[in-house]
Design a protein around this ligand. Structure first.
Ligand code: AKG
Ligand code: FE2
Length: 390
């Protein structure tokens, strides 16, 4: 654990998280969503701009043509003077994002996209596509999962900072096989000129494994392995009820993404396992767990952790644990990431305001309130004592 708490560094990272929120990484689980979330209207209209009419497109547009003419004045400068078709496309993407119909269309598009891949992509290692626990995981991990007690799980884990667990998980042969499969995916993408959806808006490289047919295996990984652990270590963020996932690989190197900005994941619990290969740098840095309201608050010294990846070794943390990855300065680093989600937790969260069971800042505020209340009570008692003595 490195304690490097300079205020400037903390502030720099706090600013970075604002940017990450701004570009939609918190909610981007597919490039379809991510692409739309980068489309922005301007806050103030350009009143001098004369909008086009879209009436003649009423049969092809999915929304009222008048809406397009009204929205035009809010288009960013780079789009406002583009062709009418480009403007219509840009505005349709934004409108679709906010309509139930848009949600349905996006889901259908994603289904078609995935179907196209599944039909055409030839798997390299078929054995990866269903769960073969004894071939995938190291014996110590299997034993602890099998025993399924806090004691057995703790015996294979390190907790270098509260709420960050690391443990040996994947067999080297499994890592190699998955790395080869990923290479095979990239080659296929390149050979077929297929435009693939990236895992989220923060990555220019990387691939969504679910889209390539690994979703069933990764679902099993979540249900039979990550959920039992999360049930014990993260019950307050829905660890017991994890019911969906987003599984992908991220790839870093000098000719790839180099680092990853400060962010929180769109997940209740995140599994991050290094697959290889050889690299220097690429440390994960953690800066405390925060709810939405407190995501940009200052880091406390005890929340600072830098972690160096080791192939085969997993890091498990709450999705709301603020983190990022430092530059990979040499070689190539590929990690398997599983964002695990709980729909029950997300539904319940809508009705809550106090997240002191997991948010570091809610906890701090609560303690402060309790201390104030204790001091006030003490003062009151002293006053009463004084009054009765006189
Ligand atoms: O590069 C890493 O190890 C971190 C990746 C990560 O945080 C993410 O993809 O959400
Ligand atoms: Fe992350």
């Amino acid at each position: 654990m490195s304690v490097d708490g300079s205020f400037d560094r903390r502030r720099e990272q706090t600013q970075a998280i604002t940017a990450a929120n701004g570009n939609g990484v918190l909610v981007s689980t597919s490039t379809a969503t991510a692409m739309v979330s980068t489309h922005r209207l301007k806050l103030n209209p350009n009143t001098e701009h004369k909008p086009d009419s879209y009436e003649d497109l009423s049969l092809t547009l999915k929304f009222n043509p008048l809406l397009f003419s009204c929205l035009e004045r809010y288009l960013p400068p780079s789009i406002i003077s583009a062709s009418r078709d480009s403007k219509a496309q840009f505005m349709s993407d934004i409108l679709l994002k906010y309509s139930p119909e848009g949600e349905r269309i996006r889901a259908q598009r994603h289904k078609d996209y995935k179907q196209k891949i599944i039909t055409n992509y030839q798997q390299r290692h078929k054995e990866l596509y269903s769960m073969h626990a004894t071939n995938f995981f190291v014996p110590s991990f299997l034993k602890a999962i099998h025993e399924n007690t806090e004691e057995s799980l703790r015996s294979i884990m390190a907790e270098p900072a509260p709420g960050i667990f690391t443990f040996d998980m994947l067999q080297p042969q499994f890592c190699d096989m998955l790395l080869e499969e990923v290479e095979h995916i990239y080659k296929w993408v390149c050979d077929t000129n297929c435009k693939i959806m990236r895992p989220n808006t923060m990555n220019k490289f990387g691939a969504v494994l679910d889209d390539f047919g690994l979703d069933n295996m990764l679902d099993k990984l979540m249900e039979d392995f990550i959920r039992p652990i999360s049930k014990i270590f993260f019950p307050e963020v829905g660890g017991t009820t994890l019911d969906s996932h987003h599984g992908f690989v991220v790839q870093y190197g000098l000719d790839k993404d180099v680092d990853l900005g400060f962010h929180v994941d769109d997940a209740e619990v995140t599994l991050n396992v290094c697959l290889g290969t050889e690299f220097s740098g690429g440390e994960l840095f953690f800066r405390g767990v925060r709810c939405e309201k407190h995501v940009n608050t200052e880091t406390q010294a005890e929340e600072i952790l830098d972690y160096s990846h080791v192939p085969g070794r997993a890091v498990l943390h709450r999705g709301r644990h603020r983190h990022g990855a430092r530059a990979t300065t040499n070689g190539k680093r590929i990690n398997l990431i599983l964002w695990c989600r709980s729909s029950v937790f997300r539904e319940l969260k809508k009705y809550q305001k106090d997240f002191s069971s997991w948010c570091g800042e809610c906890q701090r505020e609560k303690k402060e309130r309790q201390q104030l209340s204790i001091s006030a009570t003490k003062e009151e008692l002293l006053k009463k004592d004084g009054e009765s003595a006189s």
